[in-house]
Design a protein. Structure first.
Length: 334
């Protein structure tokens, strides 16, 4: 990918949530949900973002669309820093960035019918009214496989998969360029997951969309993504092309995640070795000194407890943050 194809660039992004205690709500610390993240997204690609629950994936997505204001850092979209824009300036730019939320049962208002839910972005941005608005809503519902005759029905009358399709239709209303998909399939049945992912791929091909796809399912991420970023305790620890990452993971944490993905071949599954991570995810309010992964890494050395590793390009377009990989320039096999 060339730099001129870049649609989004994240530099030193941090999002801390303050911890307050006592009668006077004194500030005693911070939960470091996102702690110095750097990555970019190219136009027309899908960047998969994976990691354990609580590592900060959703916080990154919400901070990019400015549902959360960044504590520090920059979010450049088409050259404009979203972190510095006023509310009025941001509203204009929000037409180009939309979000699909994780829970289709909570992200659609039960008091609004489907017509109002899908049409709300168009009304807020004064994009169209009257018959043009109705025609656009019908077109959007048809895009996602929902009959336009259903637009006067309410969310409780639809299944989980249908609700997520309605959420996707809402995200497409303003013809966005970038969509943050925040675990859009995690609460759906397996058969419905495939339908939603296929729909996202079809829409991307037809409309030229760019996705950041946040998920736990590494197999699904491999299927839909062009590149994959692995996150641990508020930091990106590895980014690479999906084929490179899955065949030659450099970071010990990435290797452990991939070893947990089942292989649909009983013979291979029986013979391969698993990489087990012991212990719990550290408290993001008090992360370990040095490398964030040092408390659970079976290969940790003295330097891992003293110095934070740099996030550097080990191979072409393959970035990792590990002292051992940085020193040897090759994957460390657990």
């Amino acid at each position: 990918m060339r730099i001129e194809d870049e649609i989004l660039r994240i530099e030193g992004l941090r999002k801390y949530f303050p911890i307050r205690r006592g009668v006077f709500q004194r500030h005693v610390g911070d939960v470091k949900a996102v702690d110095g993240v750097n990555f970019n997204v190219y136009r027309g690609e899908t960047l998969g973002l994976v990691g354990e629950s609580g590592c900060g994936k959703t916080t990154i997505g919400r901070t990019i669309v400015r549902l959360y204001r960044p504590t520090d850092g920059h979010v450049f979209f088409d050259g404009e820093d979203l972190a510095l824009l006023s509310k009025k300036e941001l509203q204009t730019l929000r037409r180009k960035i939309q979000m699909i939320f994780q829970n289709p049962y909570a992200s659609l208002s039960p008091r609004m019918n489907i017509k109002n839910i899908v049409g709300e972005p168009l009304e807020i941005h004064d994009a169209m009214r009257g018959k043009d608005l109705d025609d656009r809503i019908a077109e959007l519902l048809d895009y996602v496989g929902i009959s336009p005759s259903c637009m006067n029905r309410y969310p409780h009358e639809f299944s989980g998969g249908q609700r997520q399709r309605i959420g996707i239709a809402r995200s497409l209303a303003l013809n966005p360029e970038l969509i943050i998909c925040d675990e859009p399939i995690s609460s759906l049945d397996v058969s419905i997951q495939a339908q939603v992912v296929n729909l996202l791929e079809e829409l991307q091909d037809e409309l030229g969309l760019t996705y950041i796809f946040i998920a736990h399912d590494l197999s699904m991420v491999r299927h839909i993504s062009n590149r994959v970023a692995v996150m641990y305790l508020g930091k990106i620890v590895e980014i690479a092309d999906k084929i490179v990452l899955y065949d030659n993971a450099l970071h010990p944490y990435t290797q452990a995640l991939l070893s947990a993905v089942p292989i649909p071949d009983p013979k291979i599954e029986k013979e391969r070795s698993r990489v087990l991570i012991e212990g719990d995810l550290p408290n993001p309010a008090n992360p370990p000194q040095g490398c964030n992964f040092n408390t659970r890494c079976p290969l940790a050395e003295d330097i891992c407890f003293k110095k934070e590793p740099d996030f550097i390009e080990i191979e072409t377009d393959h970035f990792s943050a590990c002292h051992l990989v940085e020193r040897d320039g090759e994957a460390i096999i657990l």
